[in-house]
Design a protein around this ligand. Structure first.
Ligand code: PLP
Length: 402
């Protein structure tokens, strides 16, 4: 509820735009989700079973992918893809500096070396030219990130990777439902990893999925993701008499439970509505902020269909007397929640020993210095959007340079 439209920002002694905090994110969960999870609890089968199988089928139907494997997280999905492709010590995997740590962990856990390619400032995904410059005889895979709900320039990345025989594994954690020239993500590279974490476009609370058109890879992913066993517990239980299984390789445990899958099924049944709502909120935020010269607004790259998982503005330092961090503090004083996606990989001291020395990432660094993720979620109201617009505008005006 808005309490004051006066122009003095709360951090400078004014009354906050909102009396109650607007969270950065709120999950879009309704009674159909609650009922589906309760029904699964009552069914007596809680772990991976009929709901996980159904979710895989329905995800494949939606995305148009031939093999869809539900897993416990996108982090595990990327780890399994690296493992299944034989990524190991001595290999290099090219990825983005603007990503969550687990993209790089998936490479490190397999003993390989992450090689960062700078981003470009339209999609915030890796710049295809920077990727090309990183390719070496040791490049075993490329793992681009579809950042914030929109595809990176995946067609250009595939055009350089395919002739070189380098598999592309896409981190589409943010971008379920995103399209490039009308085609949904999930069917571009050798494999695509999605996240169904609580904040994502489609959630199972925790979870994820891998899609691939490669049957041999799909079989290996299933084997690796379930203890290296030839049969999972549901197929042993449902196939009466087939209690027998063989351990074929040392595997991991990355299956998605039916409790999570039940939530995924109801979420998937309304995904188009959820994505439409995100788009409507993004459009409304753009209208509320279009007159504010001190911030740069996110754009949809030509040919892309954005899913607006994130709404990232970039402050213009030349237009302001405060920096990004102070801007965030001022938004917090207005009771507007924000986040920063992400601290670049090369800015974490931990990763330094694993990265090629002496390399710089000017576009990623400029992005990081200026980015603020504003609230965006399907249930955001017109009043919420107006409050965000008012808060950003009053801060920008009060701290205007010159
Ligand atoms: C870009 C990116 N990749 C991967 C992940 C990991 O997803 P999960 O939490 O499902 O493991 C995240 C999580 O937020 C992410 O932001």
């Amino acid at each position: 509820m808005s309490v004051s439209r006066s122009s003095l920002p709360a951090i400078a002694g004014g009354t906050p735009v909102r009396a109650k905090p607007l969270p950065f994110f709120r999950a879009a969960v309704d009674e159909s989700d609650v009922a589906a999870v309760a029904e699964t609890l009552r069914s007596g089968w809680l772990t991976s079973g009929p709901k996980a199988v159904e979710l895989e089928k329905r995800l494949g139907d939606y995305l148009g992918t031939s093999h869809t494997i539900a897993v416990s997280s996108c982090s595990e999905a990327m780890f399994l893809c690296m493992k299944a492709l034989g990524v190991g010590p001595g290999d290099e995997v090219i990825t983005s500096p603007i990503t969550f740590a687990s993209t790089v962990h998936a490479i490190l856990h397999n003993g390989a070396t992450p090689v960062l390619a700078d981003i470009e400032s339209d999609t915030f995904g890796v710049d295809p030219a920077a990727v090309r410059a990183c390719v070496s005889p040791r490049t075993k895979a490329i793992m681009p990130v579809h950042f914030g709900g929109q595809a990176c320039r995946i067609e250009e990345i595939l055009a350089l990777a395919d002739p070189a025989g380098i598999p592309v594994v896409e981190d589409a954690a943010h971008s379920f439902g995103a399209r490039v020239h009308g085609r949904l993500l999930g069917g571009f590279g050798r494999a695509t990893a999605f996240s169904f974490y609580a904040t994502k476009n489609l959630t199972t609370a925790e979870g994820g999925a891998i899609t691939t058109g490669d049957e041999v890879l799909a079989q290996r992913l299933r084997l690796l993701g379930y203890h290296g066993m030839s049969r999972d517990s549901w197929s042993r239980y449902s196939d009466k008499g087939s209690w027998y299984y063989q351990v074929q390789i040392p595997g991991y445990k990355c299956n998605l439970s039916d409790l999570h899958a039940a939530l995924g099924l109801t979420q998937l049944s309304k995904i188009d509505h959820l994505l439409e709502r995100r788009r409507a909120v993004a459009d409304a935020l753009a209208r509320a902020l279009e007159g504010c010269a001190a911030v740069e607004l996110p754009r949809e790259y030509p040919g892309n269909r954005h899913t607006w998982h994130l709404y990232v503005i970039r402050v213009r330092p030349e237009a302001l007397r405060i920096g990004r961090d102070e801007f965030i503090q001022a938004l917090r004083a207005e009771n507007v929640g924000t986040s920063v996606h992400f601290i670049p990989i090369h800015r974490h001291p931990f990763f330094a020993p694993y990265l090629r020395p002496g390399r710089t990432f000017p576009v990623a660094d400029d992005y990081y210095a200026r980015c603020i993720s504003l609230p965006i979620f399907p249930d955001m109201t017109d009043d919420d959007v107006r409050d965000v617009g008012d808060a950003v505008t009053r801060i920008a005006e009060h701290f205007r340079a010159g």
